[in-house]
Every structure is written in C-alpha cells, then in structure tokens.
Design a protein around this ligand. Structure first.
Ligand code: GSH
Length: 206
C-alpha cells in the first residue's frame, strides 16, 4: 500500500494533506527525528537522503522530494484536479511549488530554524536567523500579492496550496510571526479543509 514516511509538523504535512485530498487508503510511518531515526539503517534503506517526506508506492519503489511526490500524486489522480493540465498553468504551478520548497523552505526557513546547518559558530547565529526572517518576509510578500483577490494560489486549489500550507504552519505556529493578510486568509481556508483537519489529527497536532 502507498506509505508516507513523515515526522509530525514537517514539510511532509503538505504531502499528507494531498493524500487526504485524494482519499485513497494509505499507510503512515513516523520517522522519529527525536531518536535520529532518519539516520538509522532502517530509514536509510528507504531514503538514503535522511529526509521526509518519502512516499513508498504500491510497487515498492520510493519517491522523494516534495515537488516530485506532489506532482506524481496529482498526475496519477487526475480526477482530483490537483494540477492543471494546460501547459502554461501547469508550469506556473510548478514554479510556485519550487519557490516555496527550494527558496522559502530550504533557504529562508532553514536559516532561521536549523541555523546550525549554516554555521556551527554560535555567535554568527543571530545574523543568519535575521537573514532567514528577511528572506521569509520577502517571500510571504510575493505570495500575498499572488493571492490578491484569489482563494487559492493558482486560482483553483492545487499542489501549490499544500506546499504553502506547511510554510504557513511554521510561520504561524512555530515562529509566531504574523502572516500578511491574503496569506493569513489562505491559511484559514486551508485549516477549514477536512484534509488538513484529518492530517492534523493523524499527526497528533490538532
Ligand atoms: N528537498 C526536500 C527537503 C525535505 C526536508 O528537508 N525535510 C526535512 C523536514 S521538513 C527533514 O527531513 N529533515 C531531516 C533532518 O533535518 O534531519 C523536499 O523538498 O522534500
């Protein structure tokens, strides 16, 4: 059965939301970061990158990387309309997902939340964290503009919204920074979706 390897509250939440949107049975396997399970031989055999999310498919093969997993789930469940088929819209959706994942998560948030990945010299941390916050604010302002007069990033609900959701969750629930108005409204809309509510319950975050 399709199995999502996750750790509660991580970017894997975005994939978990998509599995809930799709509504087919799936298994969940927690990778316990508190016990460094991501570096243990059992999980390394699943994903040698030591990261979540990882998605094991029915044929036993494993997909990694948020954009790839989200795209695959959308393409294999076309009835759920999680990704536009029109080439322009599809490409713009992937552009947005990539910005959230590669720039906002990996660059901005990691500077703030996993500062030690950037420097082991503690005196340098305040500066790195401040840069992470600055990059986050720039990104949120751009996404706020993209959401102007729109409920969802691409017009219709898509994989980009599930990517934005995990980022919003971190800003609102972990950093306690304010979200700009359109992003804040989007976060509320996401929280009202049954898929998000189920995911939060299953991850023990409700
Ligand atoms: N580029 C990967 C990044 C995944 C990633 O960084 N996941 C974090 C959780 S949000 C993780 O597994 N971290 C493990 C660790 O820090 O040891 C993706 O987009 O899926």
């Amino acid at each position: 059965m399709t199995t999502l390897y996750y750790m509660p509250g991580t970017c894997a939440m975005g994939i978990h939301v998509l599995l809930e949107e799709i509504g087919k049975p799936y298994d969940l396997k927690k990778v316990d970061f508190a016990n460094q399970a991501q570096f243990g031989p059992e999980y390394m055999a699943i994903n040698p990158k030591s990261k979540v999310p990882a998605l094991e498919r029915d044929d036993g093969t494993v997909l990694t990387e948020f954009p790839a997993i989200a795209t695959w789930l959308a393409l294999t469940n076309p009835d759920k309309k999680l990704l536009a088929t029109d080439p322009e819209k599809l490409t713009r959706t992937l552009e947005t997902v990539d910005y959230i994942v590669a720039t906002l998560h990996m660059q901005a948030w990691t500077r703030f939340w996993r500062t030690v990945n950037y420097s082991t010299v503690e005196e340098e941390h305040p500066k790195i964290k401040a840069r992470g916050k600055e990059m986050t604010e720039k990104g949120l302002a751009l996404l706020d503009k993209q959401l102007d007069k729109k409920e969802w990033l691409m017009g219709d609900f898509s994989i980009a919204d599930s990517a934005l959701y995990f980022f919003e969750f971190w800003i609102a629930e972990r950093a306690n920074w304010p979200l700009p108005p359109n992003v804040a409204a989007h976060y509320q809309r996401m929280k009202a979706r049954p898929s998000v509510q189920n995911m939060l319950k299953l991850e023990g975050l409700a």
